[in-house]
Design a protein around this ligand. Sequence first.
Ligand SMILES: [Zn+2]
Length: 98
Amino acid sequence: MSKLANPWKCDNPACGILRANDTNHWLIVAYLPAAPPTDIYARVSIQPWNDFCAEMFNAKHACGIDCGLKIAAQLIVENFYPHDLPAPSTGKEGSRGD
Ligand SMILES: [Zn+2]
C-alpha cells in the first residue's frame, strides 16, 4: 500500500498537514494526568510514532520535531499553567506587568 487508509493530521493548528506517508519523523504528544497510585505526577510525553498510541483519546499528532515541541508547549501551558494563557480578544501581546 502506498497510501495510508486513514491519514492522521498534524495537530499544530498552524500546520495541519496530513500524514500521507512515513517519511517524516511523526511524533505523538500527550498530556498524561496523574493517576495514583502508579502515576503520581502529571506530565506531557513525546514519543516516536506508533499506530497504537496514535489512537489514544488524548494523543496529539505532530508531523515533526518543530510541531511536536509547539504542541507540547501548548499542552504544558494549558495543563500546568492555565493562568498563563493569554486572555481571549484583548488584542495585547507580551504585556506582563511585574
Ligand atoms: Zn506539523
